[in-house]
Design a protein around this ligand. Structure first.
Ligand code: CU
Length: 86
């Protein structure tokens, strides 16, 4: 599993986030999770294998947004489940 964070220029609201999420889901094989934030100007995706940034950049550019940078790292599932005190 790989976690990738994309810095994206042009997202202005929740609709933009949804738009980017859809583009990523459609163009990236093995997407497990995708989350975008227009306030942070970034999208986070978790994929089964290292994603093709070139393909993602092209697909996102085709919708009018611009990928400024990307960073991939191994994804380790974290469990923040609250312990039952009893
Ligand atoms: Cu928008």
């Amino acid at each position: 599993m790989v976690k990738t964070v994309l810095k994206i220029e042009g997202m202005m609201c929740g609709m933009c986030e949804a738009h980017i999420n859809e583009v990523i889901r459609k163009n990236v094989p093995g997407v497990q999770k995708v989350k975008s934030s227009h306030t942070k100007g970034e999208s986070m995706l978790v994929t089964t294998e290292e994603p093709n940034i070139e393909v993602i950049t092209q697909a996102i550019a085709g919708t009018g947004y611009k990928v400024l940078s990307s960073k991939s790292e191994p994804y380790v599932k974290k469990f923040f489940q609250a312990e039952n005190p009893f």
